[in-house]
Structures are given as C-alpha cells and as structure tokens.
Ligand binder design. Sequence first.
Ligand SMILES: [Zn+2]
Length: 211
Amino acid sequence: MAQHSIDMLFEGAVKFKEEDFENYKTLFENLKEGQNPHTLFVGCADSRVVPNLITNTLPGELFVVRNIANIVPPYRKADEYLATTSAIEYALLELQVENIIICGHSHCGGCSALYEEEHFTKMPNVSNWLKLLDKVKEQVLALKPKTKTMRSYLTEQLNIEQQIANLFTYPQVKEKYLARTLNIYGWHYIIESGEVYSYDFKKHEFNLIKG
Ligand SMILES: [Zn+2]
C-alpha cells in the first residue's frame, strides 16, 4: 500500500508537469517574479481540507498556514521556533495581505481530541498544542451540548471565534482592521457537503455562503 501510494505521487509529479503545468504555463512563468497573495488562509492540517480546491483559487493567491485545528497562537516573541506565528507575522508585515480567513472544518480530529486527552498522552507536543483550546473546551462544556455531533460543531465554531480573537494580538491587525485595509473571516467547511459557513461578527453565528 505504502509503495503504491508513493508511486502514485511520483507519477502525479510527471502528470502535473505534462498537464496542469502546461495549462497554466504563463501563470507559473509570471509567478517566478515573486508572490503577491491577497489572502492568508489559516486552515487545519487535515488531509481533507484543501485550501485552493475549496476556494477555487490558483497558485499565487493564497498564503497558507496549516496546523492541527487551525490555531492562531497568541502573538509573542520567543526563542522557540514558532512556525505559525512567523507565517502570520510575515503575511501581515511583508506580504500585506488584504484578507485573513480562519478556516475550521467538520469532523476535526484536533477539536475532538479535546475530549480524548488520555489518547494523546504519548504525543506530548500535540497535547501541549491543544492546550491553546482549553478556553474553547470550557465554553463548550458550559453550553452542555446534547450530542457528540453538536459538541463537535460547537467546538469547531467556537474555536474559529477564538482564533479570530487571537489574531488581534498580532502587530498591526487591529489598526489595519479598523482602517479597513484588512478583512477577517471565519469559515466552517463541511467535508461531506462541500458547504462553507461564514462567521457573522455581529450576530455571532455562522451562515451558509450561497451563490
Ligand atoms: Zn481539523
């Protein structure tokens, strides 16, 4: 199986060059000059969430950061190597993106892991990373969801709200947002239906994006 998968990837690289690359040759040639993405997309590392596919975008449009449970850690300077924080800092200060989308998704393993702590004792870094969602878990439990499905949706959506709040700890986010040079969105992508729900900041609810 593993051999088969990797063979497919090697064949895929050839197929890409022969087909998709040829179709977008001019675009790729232009992109060699540099990138100027309009949007920072913060998504989950989950293999089922494919940013360019679900936004119908091309190379050069999205600057993408993906991690477990689409988390935006609060801004800080540290001696540790901060991948997510660095990428967001770069998108804001160097790329000057116009939009930030925090995209959570249905059936998120990172979000459900909050309720299966014992399963992650052998993954100290994952456990520690998910501590960033302690507050979200607390909020969800206080709302006493009746079913696991409701608990998942609540966790995923409250997580998106929390990560938007965390974004405001980053340099320049507040001033850019108030000056309307930066738009911020929270999306909840539903894997099995292809639907995306967008966060309404005033009503604190997620509404289906329609054509
Ligand atoms: Zn996820």
